[in-house]
Ligand binder design. Sequence first.
Ligand code: AMP
Length: 197
Amino acid sequence: MAAAFEKRFGVRHLSSGDLLREALRRGDSLGKEAARWMKSGALVPDQLVTDLIGDHLDHLGPTADFVLDGFPRTAEQARALDRRLSSGGHVPIDRAIRFEVSMETIVNRLAGRRVCRQCGANYHVVTLPPRRSGVCDSCGGILEIRGDDQPETVRRRVEVYQDQIQPLEAYYEAQGKLRELSGESSVEKQVNGLVAL
Ligand code: AMP
């Protein structure tokens, strides 16, 4: 969804999960460290992911507009992000969006998700199939099921999310930045919904 938003408005989309998987594919030390937690569906340590996102934001430069996807996931990450944005002279966070989605939708989406092994592009067997089954439209890479999309790991990821979400929401609520959107509709409707917030 954030990727569709990026396409339409030209703002940069930074997904913490994508950046971690990229580091893993490159085989660098950060990727290897993160994999220890990602495999089981646990969160990687706050410091690691905050530094990773912070470095990418610095690279974009202080005036860039951006959408963060999957980050921050804890109140500590949100506080660290604000500190990093202000010390780097970046634009501050404008809105935090909570997408309301049923458990059934989450499971269906993740069960059908396929990811390119080479470039990380995302597909869905029903809602966003590639032109050739099992092959990435963009780079011709092989599509695979993400290791942490197995049902057992998905359950763990949802539990972890539910543990962390309340303090995170409270952080943005207190700043008057929290908004809600239904995540059940089509990507296009969600992008339109975001624009209206
Ligand atoms: P995602 O692609 O957002 O579903 O993230 C996949 C996995 O990467 C998560 O289950 C975590 O292990 C890790 N991860 C992604 N973003 C974060 C974050 N902000 N904080 C901690 N761990 C993260």
